[in-house]
Ligand binder design. Sequence first.
Ligand code: PMV
Length: 315
Amino acid sequence: MIKTSAPAKIILCGEHAVVYGRPAIALPLSDVRAYAEASPSVPGAGLRFVAPDLGESWAPADSPQHPMSELAAAAMAHLGAPAPNLTIILRSGIPIAGGMGSGAAIGAALVRALAAAAGRELPPAEVSALVYASEARYHGTPSGIDNTVIAYEQAIWFQRQPPGPPLIAPVSIGAPLSLVIGDTGVRSATHMPVGALRTRWQADPAAYEVLFDAVAEQVQRALEALAAGDLAGLGSALDANQSLLERMGVSSPELDRLVGAARAAGALGAKLSGAGWGGVMISLAPAGGQEAIAAALREAGAARVRVAAVAAQAV
Ligand code: PMV
């Protein structure tokens, strides 16, 4: 049996503005993962997917339009491999539509399983490109940050540079971080707030370009604070980013409540993470402060709270 996986992710700062060419920073959450388990089946059986979490099972040959069927077809074409006789079980510990990259992580695990079954290991850039093409079919205008951070599994600085490839650089983290992540429990598909923001930007591009430039400044501040291990500076950049996200109209009452609760419980900074309107928020805990913040988030109605330790990273 082949077992492959890919991590969840969070966007530390810069979401939404990243779609419009500004930089963003994203981190993998290596403890929260999606898995693909491939076992050989009888010759002629073809490929079959089982998704126990969703109670679904299907053969791509019968449901070629399914996102995972299309991704598998693209991966096999890329590998130049014939259709394998495999059953692939897809499992995920990442909440769906929760801002933690569940779709991209399942896709990356699937691509790796198909490659492994063909006796290959694809480099992160190739896994990322296949998953990006799949996300682009369903989410309209993804920036590419999700598939990138998940496929590379390291903290990255990401900036689109169309028509060329995006700028992807590992980020230096001078001191370990403790993030407390609160899930609103509200599921929101990424394309909804992304589409609403696009409509508002089209109506008044100048106003939104100013907001996106202001986000880029906070992402730059966050980069410098991260490298210096300056937690207070990082927290302040996260707070400023949240104010800008609120002005862009992508926060929500539930997100605002959790952000407020985290700050009141001592977080150095807090913001929504991902597309907004639901999903998760992140907060930066001071040393030893994560339990108080986690309790405050639960008290404020978080459906789920996780504490994520982010290791220092030298680049
Ligand atoms: O919904 P998520 O967590 O995958 O976040 C999407 C991030 C956005 O910047 C809002 C969109 C994008 O494609 O980058």
